[in-house]
Design a protein around this ligand. Sequence first.
Ligand SMILES: C[S@@+](CC[C@H](N)C(=O)[O-])C[C@H]1O[C@@H](n2cnc3c(N)ncnc32)[C@H](O)[C@@H]1O
Length: 480
Amino acid sequence: MGNRKRKKEVHELDITGAGAKGKAIAHLENGKTVMIQGAVPGDRAKVLVYKQKKRYAEGKTLEILSPSPDRIEPECRHFAYCGGCKWQNLTYEAQLRFKSDEVHQNLKRIGHLQLPEAEPILPSPGIFYYRNKLEYSFSTHRWLTETEIETEGNIELRNALGFHVPGRWDRVIDIQHCHLQPEPSNAIRNFLRDYAQKNNLSFYHPYDKVGALRSLMIRTSGIGEVMVLLQFGPADNIDHQKIMDDIKAEFPQITTALYTINHKGNESLYDQEMRIANGPGYIMEEMPAFRKGDPNLKFKIGPKTFYQTNALQAEALYRIALEFLNPQPDELLYDLYTGVGTIALYAAHSVKKVIGLELIEDSIRSAIENAKRNEIDNAEFFAGDMREVLNEAFIEKHGRPDILIVDPPREGMHPTVVKTILEIQPERWVYVSCNSATQARDLALMKDSYEVVKFQPVDMFPHTHHVENIALLQRIKSND
Ligand SMILES: C[S@@+](CC[C@H](N)C(=O)[O-])C[C@H]1O[C@@H](n2cnc3c(N)ncnc32)[C@H](O)[C@@H]1O
């Protein structure tokens, strides 16, 4: 019997490509693919191959023998441990090249699609400080670097406010500066850490599940509004309102502050009751309209509202999607997976009517509110699971769409939804995707009826391996 669980092996390998989830790709002498952590394409590296699977192996970098010409010094001091910006050690040009390649490869290898020449990948307007939302955790279990462990012996300050170390729910990196969100994000986080130390406020203990301070969410908007949401844990004698007032006094630019007291085992906010400490309890965001001369669109963002985190690039994404689709004033548009209705409302003035469908009822309520706020009266929104709500009866009642935009989650569309789109037979439609592998799988199911006539990758998340892809599908005319 062959030895299925082979021993760990060390290999010297040339890293040839970027693979899924930010890993790098190399090949063993026998041709087998290895997915590797800690290396970038173009490196030659000493790699510990620690897991053999049927079709590929997994490895981790022990030493870079000769660095890739695409390598650069990362900006962030936390780069070695924080999982947030894994590609900060690559030039932005190289990041864009790898993302673009990934989209092409997926559409070709998974979808086996006939492709037109791609539009060049759209770079993000900012590669640092581009996010409008970050969530930090308080913990009594700070992540210690190897140097700290080796050199400092008894480490006194174990509290941390920052991000979880990848794969470690119980360890948090104490973040001093994060390059993802504009100020006052860093200033608020650092103030709170000092404030907590000075006022003897306990940090959350991940095993005992007690502690005054649990998590901090900061949301910023393009029009300068700032939300702070502090999540408190189980602790005695805490004057929550005073803490919120002290933060607001230090940062007058905060336009709303909220808090919640969470006794659950996990930090998730979605079922938590929000208490407003200051301001209206939400912030506003604005987005330029698609049609020249129309007023900016205004969106209300509450503590639980989903909103695209790179707002500037989201507008570019929507603009490209609509330019591809070229909506006409007499057309009925369906926006599938509409979220809080952003794409639908962005498109509304260009069509006769738009209908948005989405799973989350709260988002649909926000979409309806957003339509009213923007005085858009040709948009309707409905909640439900796409595979159930988008059926013949719905289409009969609300009209057969001439055109569609779909923007599903990473898992892509359910086969039932694919089948329904094939039955609707829109003349053209646009598929916006944050996962070109599932997009390719879905489009493969439709390739006898639809051809990709344009596509363009868009980078929403610099320094990560994530990439969006927009594809325009055109119905293939039958010969009979
Ligand atoms: C990538 S987001 C798109 C959001 C929106 N288009 C935007 O740009 O803000 C995907 C959306 O699909 C929704 N969704 C996930 N599964 C769904 C399902 N089975 N049926 C309907 N909507 C679903 C999610 O709640 C989320 O709002």
